[in-house]
Design a protein around this ligand. Structure first.
Ligand code: SF4
Ligand code: F3S
Length: 329
């Protein structure tokens, strides 16, 4: 799908991305990664000379939401950087990755698709990044999800064993997600459950995962040749260390005890706090309020819907029923 020989800088130059725009990318990503401003030049230098990174993207029990998120990185604006003509993050991703295998996006299918994966595994051993989307069923010997006659369990163990790093993208790939919700009929689990002891694993939960955090993680790996610092549950600290509630624009209403009590009521129209409508922002660590969604346009709480805690462990079991107020409030 791509030219593996070029560096990130060459790929971007071919797309007409100027040095100035490239530095703006780096500034935006540096802000997402919470790097000090003095690091931006170094990040830009390292990224510019880095080779493009091959990617094998596996998709198992999922809704394709993370791929949709990936494809909709789109054009800016991003709220972390102001300016009239910021380059697209999606262009950066697509031009800096060499996606050698992605069932949903690749042209080959059937045997040819399987051959593409085998070829990438052999020719890029130890170099490629493995992105896993969807949960892995372990019940019935893995029979609930097979591709080309092989179980998802077998494939994920093979591909991750020689990866430079693995990214479990989205909540399903992290802890089983929706398929893993009780009673979990297929024995669904995430990458860490399917490949115990896997090194170089980054978990990026979210339903779906935010593509900005995916880009920032990949850029960090490319530029520094190591994983970003990980916190609880193997999630990068830059994206999952702070509580949503702390940075929510409705927090002043929470503190003033001004709550929405019915959809469409006066408080809802005025943008009051959604805690009484089941918002899980105080129970969830994620950077949604700052990175936001849809090219930085908005985020769930900004749009008037409470956070459902999609980046937290077993949220389908622990955060439901979604619209019920917490008894402690
Ligand atoms: Fe906290 Fe949710 Fe209220 Fe925002 S809407 S202040 S995240 S409880
Ligand atoms: Fe998920 Fe809550 Fe963000 S529902 S997308 S963690 S606002």
């Amino acid at each position: 799908m791509a030219d593996n020989s070029s560096t990130v800088a060459e790929a971007l130059t071919k797309r007409g991305v100027s040095r100035r725009d490239f530095l703006k990318y780096c500034a935006m990503l540096g802000a997402v990664l919470a790097l000090p401003s003095t690091e931006i030049e170094a990040l830009a230098r390292a990224l510019a000379i880095a080779p493009r990174i091959p990617v094998i993207w596996l998709e198992f029990q999922d809704c394709t939401g993370d791929t949709e998120s990936f494809l909709r990185a789109g054009a800016q604006p991003n709220p972390l950087v102001s300016g009239p003509s910021e380059p697209s993050i999606s262009q950066l991703i697509l031009e800096t990755l060499s996606v050698d295998y992605h069932e949903t996006l690749m042209a080959p299918s059937g045997f040819m698709a399987e051959k593409s994966r085998r070829d990438a595994l052999e020719s890029q051993a130890g170099q490629y990044l493995c992105v896993v989307e969807g949960s892995i069923p372990t019940g019935a010997g893995g029979a609930y999800c097979t591709i080309g006659g092989r179980s998802a369990l077998d494939i994920v163990r093979e591909v991750t064993s020689n990866a430079r790093a693995t990214i479990a993208l989205g909540t399903c790939a992290w802890d089983g997600g929706l398929a893993g919700a009780l009673p979990n009929p297929t024995g669904a689990t995430g990458v860490a459950g399917a490949v115990p002891g896997l090194r170089n694993l980054v978990n990026l939960p979210g339903c779906p995962a935010n593509v900005v955090n995916l880009v920032a993680t990949i850029v960090y790996i490319i530029a520094y040749n190591r994983l970003p610092e990980l916190g609880d549950f193997g999630r990068p600290k830059f994206a999952y260390e702070k509580e949503i509630h702390e940075r929510c624009e409705r927090k002043r209403y929470y503190e003033a005890a001004q709550f929405v009590r019915a959809w469409g009521d006066e408080g809802h129209r005025k943008g009051w706090c959604l805690r009484r409508m089941g918002c899980r922002g105080p129970d969830t660590d994620h950077n949604c309020p700052t990175v936001r969604w849809i090219q930085g346009t908005n985020w769930p709480v900004g749009a008037g819907h409470g956070c459902v805690g999609c980046a937290e462990a077993r949220f389908w079991d622990r955060m439901t029923p979604f619209y019920a107020a917490d008894d402690d409030d």
